[in-house]
Design a protein around this ligand. Structure first.
Ligand SMILES: Cc1ncc(COP(=O)(O)O)c(C=O)c1O
Length: 428
């Protein structure tokens, strides 16, 4: 580990977690703001659709029948609760904190994305008079989750995907097609997630009467960041009780730190949220460090003091990687799902109020995390999730053996085998 990273880790270790005066349930406010972040920056034509979505969602949250149907599907179809696994060999190898994994990789369709996709698809089916779903995807996991929910509920579905991402996530493109979804290639801009979101929004604006935009992360205009967070909070709710229950595989106590990768921020906010009031638990988000911050080829919105600045992208105000003219910067990550120029507004706010901390993992560190989990635990993680593991390789040895880290293992790595094979070779 380099000296700079050592210092950064030490700084993070000494940060006090939270100020007791912060009221976490007060955000977002009625205009969809998390402090200065969030909001609704959309064309006038979409305002009624956002109002309709908010009304449907608020209504569904207090509708016992809706919530019971969702809980039933989460249990019988998604396979929830997902287990908690003690990573014994990884913990021993690192010689520090005990490491536990929340196994979202074992959720149906292979990642946490199904929690939100199923919630929104059911909302559309039961509460909104719409017949068609559009979605964007980066790693393809949200696309697969949306295609899965659409097939289950009998809803027509179109997924927009950048051509660069289609190439690196080929198996997921085929999966979506098998599930009856049309995948539309996007070859504008950097041909990744940002461009796919642009096209999905364009389709939504044109077909707003019939179409629901099933956004895949805690991003976009209000009410998406709060709604996606709530659908993903099941991860943290389950983990909160599993950690305290040895019969559920937990250590019988809360963790000292929770580590999750941050693309748009949905798996991280999902596991963080039910722990916000637990002041002893550090919440650490790991962004994509790509080739390194100095190199400029990364997607670490918080770590780049020059290019990561307040801005508006795709309906929400947050930290956005941009050049000096405010043009959106090109990003890079080995993992398609973290390769995005902005970050969910609630993360920006939680960071401001000192409740969560953010660091990054380079592509190289990520591959080390990926290999470690494969070889020591028999688990092939998604490259997105491997960012969290990559950071734990640094963090765990700095903590005591009686301390505990909980990692959100957001997805499984089948989709990434091609990328990993190209990078480290099939027989290494
Ligand atoms: C497995 C996995 N983890 C994490 C992410 C990042 O998204 P988010 O930050 O919304 O959890 C993705 C995105 O596609 C993903 O597929």
């Amino acid at each position: 580990m380099g000296a700079r990273r050592q210092t950064e880790c030490e700084e993070l270790m000494t940060l006090s977690t939270t100020s007791t005066t912060v009221n976490f349930s007060a955000v977002p406010d009625e205009t969809g703001r998390f402090g200065p972040y969030g909001g609704k920056y959309v064309p006038e034509t979409l305002m009624p659709a956002l109002d309709e979505l908010e009304e449907a969602y608020l209504n569904a949250r207090i509708d016992k029948e809706f919530m019971a149907e969702l809980a039933h599907l989460q249990h019988t179809y998604v396979g929830r609760p997902t287990p908690l696994t003690y990573a014994r060999r990884l913990s021993e190898e690192l010689g520090g904190a005990q490491i536990y994994l929340k196994r979202e990789d074992l959720a149906h369709s292979g990642a946490h994305k199904i929690n939100n996709a199923l919630g929104q698809a059911l909302l559309m089916k039961r509460k909104m008079g719409k017949t068609r779903i559009v979605a964007e995807t980066g790693a393809g996991q949200h696309g697969v989750a949306t295609a899965t929910a659409a097939a289950l509920l009998g809803i027509g579905c179109i997924v927009y995907m950048g051509t660069v991402d289609m190439e690196r996530q080929k198996p997921n493109v085929f999966r979506m097609q098998l599930l009856g979804t049309e995948v539309r290639a996007v070859d504008s801009g950097s041909q990744t997630l940002k461009d796919a979101i642009n096209e999905a929004i364009r389709d939504w604006v044109t077909n707003v009467e019939t179409t629901h935009y099933l956004l895949g992360s805690a991003l976009g205009p209000h009410p998406y960041p709060a709604m996606v967070r709530d659908f993903q909070s099941i991860i943290g709710l389950e983990a909160h009780s599993q950690m305290q229950d040895p019969a559920e595989g937990g250590p019988g106590r809360l963790p000292d730190a929770i580590v999750a990768c941050v693309g748009g921020g949905s798996n991280a906010i999902g596991i963080f949220h039910p722990f916000l009031e637990e002041e002893s638990v550090r919440l650490i988000g790991v962004e994509a460090g790509g080739h390194g911050i100095e190199d400029g080829a990364h997607a670490a919105r918080f770590a780049d003091p020059e290019r990561g600045r307040l801005g508006v992208l795709q309906g929400t105000k947050s930290y956005v990687l941009q050049d000096s003219d405010g043009q959106i910067a090109l990003t890079h990550s080995i993992s398609a799902g973290l390769d995005y120029a902005s970050v969910g507004p609630e993360h920006a706010w939680l960071r401001d109020v000192g409740r969560s901390e953010y660091t990054y993992c380079t592509d190289t560190q990520t591959l080390e995390g990926f290999k470690a989990l494969c070889e020591l635990e028999g688990i092939i993680p998604a490259l997105e999730s491997a960012h969290a593991i990559g950071y734990v390789l640094e963090l765990a040895p700095q903590m005591a053996k009686d301390q505990v880290i909980l990692v959100n293992l957001s997805g499984r790595g089948d989709k990434d085998l091609g990328t990993v094979m190209q990078t480290i070779g099939g027989d290494s």
